[in-house]
Design a protein around this ligand. Structure first.
Ligand code: SF4
Length: 420
C-alpha cells in the first residue's frame, strides 16, 4: 500500500490559488457544472456510495446527514463549513486546502436541498491569515457568476459569508458555532431542537467539517472510482492527517485508510526527533482523542481498526507524537489545563470536573495520591462523560481514561501513602 495518496490534494501546487483563472485552468468548476445537472439527493447518494464518513469527531455517515438535511422543511436553509475541531496541533488539515471551499466545493452544496441559499465559513482565529484570500476568492466567484444570483444561469441562488471566531475550541460544536455566527457568546445550546432544524440564525443548518466538504467536488468527478479503490474494503478512501510533536518531519499528509500508526510516525513523519528519546505515546484526533501506547502502533488507521483498539477518534486527523522527554502525567496535566481553559463554564460536570481533575492530577504528579483519589478521578471522568451538555465535556477526559488503562503504573499508589 502506498503511504501517501493524492485525492483531495491532487491539485495542490498546480495553480495560483489567488486566481480564478488559475483554478479554471486545472479543470475547476467542472464539479459545479455537474452538480447543477443533478437532482434531489443525487449528491448524497454519491457520498453514501463511497462510504464517506464526516471528518468531524462523530464520523457521521455524510450521505445520510445530507439526505436528512434535505428532508428538514424550511424555505431557507444554510450550509456551514467549520474548520477541524481544534487540536493543539499547529496545523489542522483544514488549513491545507482553503481554495476548494469558496470555489467548487462550496457551490456544489447548493444542491443539498432547495432553499439552502446561504453558506457560512467559520474561520478560527488561528487561520485568520486565510481571511483575505477567502474573501478574494468569494468576490471573484461572484463576479464570474459562480456564486450569488442565478448561478451559471441555473436559476439557483447561493451566497457564501465569511465569519471569524475568536478561536474557542467549543465552537467546533454545531450549536455553539451557530450562536457565535449569530453574534452571541459561542456556547452550546440545549437540544432539541437540533441544529439541522434550528441552527445559524435559527434556520435549518447542515454543519460540515471543512475536509468533509472538500471531498465533495473530487468525488463528483471520480468516474473511475479512485477514491473507493483506496483504503480497505470496510473503510475505503483517503484521509488528511497532520502529524506534529517530537517527529523529524511534522506535516500534513493525505493517506489511504488502513495505513498503520507506526507507518504514519516512522515512514511519513521520519520517526522520532531524537534517537535518545523513544516514543512515549501518540494522541489521535486532537486534544479530546485517546492515547495510543507504543504497543498499539500496528493498529490500522480505519474507523473499525481504531474502535477495536479502543482508540476511537480519527476526527480531525491530528496525530500528536510525544517522546520520553514528556511524562504521561505531565502530558495529562497539559491536556487538563487546556480543557479547564476551554470549558465554556455553562454546565457543572465540565466546569467543575475539569478543575477537580486538574487538582487530583497534581497530587498524582507529586506522588501524594491515595487509592481514594484515583477512584475519585475515575468517578469525575465518568460523570463528565455521561452528564456534560456537549462533546467538549463528554470527551475532555478521553486521554486520562485511556492513560489509566495503558499506563496503570503511573497511577499506582505508593505504599506509605496508601497506609497513611
Ligand atoms: S460541556 Fe463544557 S463546554 Fe460544553 S456546555 Fe458544558 S461547560 Fe460548556
Amino acid at each position: 500500500m502506498s503511504k501517501t495518496v493524492c485525492f483531495i490534494t491532487r491539485n495542490f501546487g498546480k495553480y495560483d490559488p489567488d486566481s480564478l483563472k488559475g483554478y479554471e485552468s486545472i479543470g475547476g468548476f467542472r464539479a459545479l457544472r455537474k452538480a447543477l445537472t443533478m437532482e434531489g439527493c443525487d449528491i448524497a447518494d454519491v457520498l453514501a456510495a463511497n462510504g464517506v464518513q464526516g471528518r468531524g469527531g462523530a464520523a457521521y455517515d455524510m450521505g445520510k446527514k445530507w439526505r436528512q438535511a434535505r428532508e428538514v422543511p424550511g424555505a431557507h436553509k444554510c450550509v456551514c463549513a467549520t474548520p477541524t475541531r481544534a487540536s493543539r496541533a499547529p496545523s489542522g488539515s483544514g488549513a491545507a486546502h482553503p481554495r476548494p471551499l469558496p470555489t467548487a466545493g462550496g457551490h456544489d452544496h447548493r444542491r443539498l436541498g432547495r432553499g439552502a441559499d446561504n453558506g457560512y465559513i467559520y474561520l478560527r482565529e488561528e487561520y485568520s491569515h486565510l481571511r483575505p484570500r477567502l474573501l478574494s476568492a468569494i468576490a471573484q466567484c461572484e463576479a464570474a457568476g459562480h456564486l450569488g444570483e442565478n448561478i451559471l444561469g441555473s436559476g439557483l441562488n447561493y451566497r457564501i459569508h465569511l465569519y471569524s471566531g475568536a478561536g474557542a475550541y467549543v465552537c467546533g460544536e454545531g450549536s455553539a458555532l451557530a450562536e457565535s455566527i449569530g453574534g452571541h457568546a459561542g456556547r452550546p445550546r440545549m437540544k432539541p431542537p437540533f441544529i439541522k432544524q434550528c441552527g445559524v440564525f435559527h434556520l435549518p443548518t447542515c454543519v460540515n467539517n471543512v475536509e468533509s466538504l472538500s471531498l465533495v467536488a473530487p468525488l463528483l468527478l471520480d468516474d473511475e472510482g479512485y477514491y473507493k479503490s483506496q483504503g480497505t474494503p470496510d473503510c475505503p478512501g483517503t484521509k488528511m492527517i497532520s502529524v506534529c510533536g517530537n517527529v523529524k518531519r511534522p506535516g500534513v499528509f493525505e493517506v489511504p485508510f488502513g495505513i498503520t500508526i507506526r507507518e504514519i510516525v516512522y515512514d511519513l513523519a521520519g520517526g522520532m526527533e531524537s534517537e535518545d528519546y523513544p516514543l512515549r505515546l501518540v494522541q489521535l484526533g486532537g486534544a479530546s482523542g485517546r492515547i495510543c501506547s507504543p504497543a498499539q502502533l500496528d493498529t490500522p488507521y480505519t474507523y473499525k481498526g481504531m474502535r477495536q483498539a479502543d482508540l476511537t477518534a480519527i476526527g480531525s486527523g491530528a496525530v500528536l507524537v510525544v517522546d520520553e522527554r514528556t511524562s504521561v502525567i505531565g502530558f495529562l496535566r497539559m491536556t487538563q489545563e487546556f480543557f479547564s481553559h476551554e470549558s465554556c463554564g455553562q454546565c457543572t460536570p465540565c466546569r467543575e470536573g475539569n478543575r477537580h481533575i486538574s487538582l487530583l492530577l497534581d497530587k498524582v504528579a507529586e506522588g501524594t495520591h491515595t487509592a481514594q483519589d484515583i477512584a475519585t478521578l475515575k468517578k469525575f471522568a465518568d460523570i463528565m462523560s455521561s452528564a456534560s451538555l456537549c462533546g467538549l465535556g463528554e470527551t475532555a477526559q478521553s486521554a486520562l481514561l485511556s492513560c489509566m488503562k495503558r499506563f496503570p503504573e503511573v497511577f499506582a499508589v505508593k505504599e506509605e501513602v496508601a497506609v497513611r
